[in-house]
Write a protein that binds this ligand. Structure first.
Ligand code: KG4
Ligand code: ZN
Length: 341
């Protein structure tokens, strides 16, 4: 550790289409959080193009890291460890961050800590909620994941439910494309929904047989596509805002319903949300109301900490650092890394 009692971590995130770096001190003190988004490039193709994502990461990563250190007023010599997302995610994109982190850790002879991306999303809740400590229940809803997780301790997770098919964010993205809103779907559907009637169309709320906590969104996506085709065949005008609002309501109803089932079952008294979809204002409001009704404390990160960022990776890494976790030079990208592995 450096001369001070502080643990300073440089964190890197490159698992999808954001090139990000952050300096985090003692886990919850974010000194910088730099995010270079590639959304404008991938929008042209209607979704993330993996090879383009890797190429953009390699072009931008050094500038993003330099900016993170400059903003924090620090240099690589001040760092106690380098943290990096090593999975899950796009393999080529992950490899850019992992190789960069290894190079810095090797050059500076400081510890290297590989972080699970979902663990990072969950840990985003610690940054602004200084009093939040495990155990608590967390719903992680992102473009690639829909997980209901029991956070038993720092770094100790039990997945109690997950999606059987599409992730919640993926459903937002696919439906947005179908109704002509484009990529990324989540924010565009939320914006359109403000002008729509959420009760205009009834879309199904899927239950997964055998598990109260698992999710399924592919049937809902098909129901929206069938509705759109039906309208076209019958020459009924499609009100995009109504479709957006009704679809969003169907997703949120299921997320709230399953999450509250688990809240009641596990009786932990604390519930958090995380991941890109957690920045949805309607979801946040409904979760807040449902938690209030049950006397449960509700936690959520600011929108910028819900979508991909490196601050959350630095926070997760701090608790790994305290637990003595260190990775060696064999650290590799693991595109389908499971939580708890
Ligand atoms: O966590 P994230 O940035 O990346 C992954 O780890 O996947 O999540 C991105 C996902 C996308 O599917 C995006 O459409 C969705 O989060 N999203 C939203 C909103 N903002 C982002 N979904 C619903 N409402 C939003 N406001
Ligand atoms: Zn993510």
């Amino acid at each position: 550790m450096n001369s001070s009692q502080e643990v300073k971590i440089l964190a890197i995130e490159s698992s999808c289409d954001e090139t990000a770096a952050a300096v985090v001190v003692n886990g919850r003190d974010v000194r910088s959080n730099i995010i270079s988004s590639q959304i404008d490039i991938h929008t042209l193709y209607g979704g993330v193009v993996p090879e383009l994502a890797s190429r953009k990461h390699i072009e931008r990563i050094n500038q993003v890291i330099t900016k993170a250190l400059d903003t924090a007023g620090m240099t690589p010599d001040d760092m106690d460890a380098i943290a990096v997302t090593y999975g899950p995610g796009l393999v080529g994109a992950l490899l850019v961050g992992v190789a960069e982190a290894k190079a810095i850790a090797y050059a500076k002879q400081i510890p290297l800590i590989g972080v699970h991306h979902i663990e990072g999303h969950i840990s985003a809740n610690y940054i602004e909620n200084k009093d939040l400590e495990p155990p608590f229940l967390c719903l992680v809803v992102s473009g690639g994941h829909t997980h209901l997780v029991k956070v038993q301790d720092y770094g100790v997770y039990e997945v109690t439910g997950k999606t059987r098919d599409d992730a919640a964010g993926e459903a937002f993205d696919k439906v947005a494309r179908a109704i002509g809103l484009g990529y990324p779907g989540g924010p565009k559907i939320e914006k359109a929904s403000h002008k729509g009637n959420a009760d205009a169309i009834h879309f199904p709320r899927a239950k997964v047989s055998g598990s109260a906590y698992d999710f399924s969104f592919s049937g809902l996506k098909s129901a929206v596509l069938n509705y759109l085709n039906g309208c076209k065949m019958k020459q009924i005008p499609i009100v995009t805002e109504d479709v957006a609002a009704s679809f969003q309501k169907a997703v949120i109803d299921v997320l709230v319903d399953h999450a509250m089932c688990a809240v009641e079952q596990y009786q932990v008294g604390k519930f958090a949300i995380a991941g890109g979809v957690a920045s949805n204002g309607v979801l946040r409001q409904q979760m807040e109301e449902a938690c209030k009704k049950r006397g449960v404390r509700f936690y959520y990160p600011s929108p910028v900490l819900c979508t991909d960022n490196a601050a959350m990776i630095g926070t997760a890494a701090y608790y790994d650092y305290l637990a003595g976790k260190r990775d060696d030079w064999s650290l590799n990208a693991v595109p389908n890394l499971k939580l708890g592995q």
